[in-house]
Design a protein around this ligand. Sequence first.
Ligand code: PLP
Length: 387
Amino acid sequence: MSLENCPDTRSSWLEISKSALRSNTAFIQKQLQPKTRMMAVVKANAYGHGAVLCAKLFLAQGVEQLGVATVCEGIELRESGITAPILILSEPPESSIELLVKYRLMPTVQTAAFGLAYGEVSAAHGLVGEYHLGIDTGMTRNGIDWRDVVELRDALDFHSGLACAGTFTHFATAEDPNNWDFELQHNRFTEALGALHDAGLELGLVHCDNSAAACLRPETNYDMVRVGVGLYGLTPSQALAHHFSGLTPAMSVHAKVTRVTYPPVGAGVSYGMTWRVPKSNVQVASFAIGYADGFSRELSGRARVLCNGHSFAQVGAVCMDHAMFAVEVNPQRQFDAVSPVEVGDEVVLLGSFGEHSITAEEIAELRHTIHYEVVCDFGMRLEHVFV
Ligand SMILES: *Cc1c(COP(=O)(O)O)cnc(C)c1O
């Protein structure tokens, strides 16, 4: 039995809302310039949401291309039957070239050595290998320096096994309104495009915008935008969150209570016993999600969980596969009494339950990180259920 056909093997799971993914795609499409196409970025298992299903859903919504980080991520999409163009968003190792050609995955090219090696293998198979030229305009991560683009193209273009299908850069500060570094990067990109144009070179699709820039900077939409985080319903820019009120988070994280106890006062909870039961009538409830499922150990004793319409404190160290929360049961008080939690009750770690909700932003703040990392991490091991 394959893992996908093996539900209910664990009392914890991820829910991914297809209607949220669809409405997020439509919301972003509405913000774009009329001729701008969309590449859906589905790297890192679609930011933890499940790459194959998300990619197919986005393509059905009119998205034209897919972007991934690794060659294996691209192969997974091809093996699921996807035929749309797939771009590897940075230059992969030369050792992957046979696979790129076999699975028709477009690499990003930033060096002549890689580009020519890719051209050789493509030509040997009687193919023209399409690639996108990646340009570093100031982020200092990937790409050819913006001043050296014509030189690189001159080194590549004689090769009959190569065709430039795209030219792009990536912004470091797009979520920040009125940012000077953004303007500087964009000016350098325009300069590089001008130099390539003046040299009479084919640019392919020109693209630079991530989710934030796609929606906030229509003037930089060009031929295509590369949208990740917004498709999953996360706000690309905290500073301009009101621009993104049409987005709905697609991921929620669920578990069932697997055990409840009423430990005596002073009993320790979890590794290191960093939390001890402070008074009587405190229930300790366990659920099967731990840091190996993306519920970071840094959240120990700091996170909340939702159960039966209430919000409870997670207590003790988060373990690799489990964590606990405390319920203060007050049998004397008739009103606003919290009733005990039972085995099988549903716990929500991310998402809504009744009037309460826990956002990826809230968890990110507790973890001193960003919501991107929170959803990627939850995608690591939990079973994905598309609803
Ligand atoms: C991850 C990534 C994106 C998508 O960024 P979001 O902020 O998630 O929209 C776009 N382009 C490149 C090169 C990336 O690495």
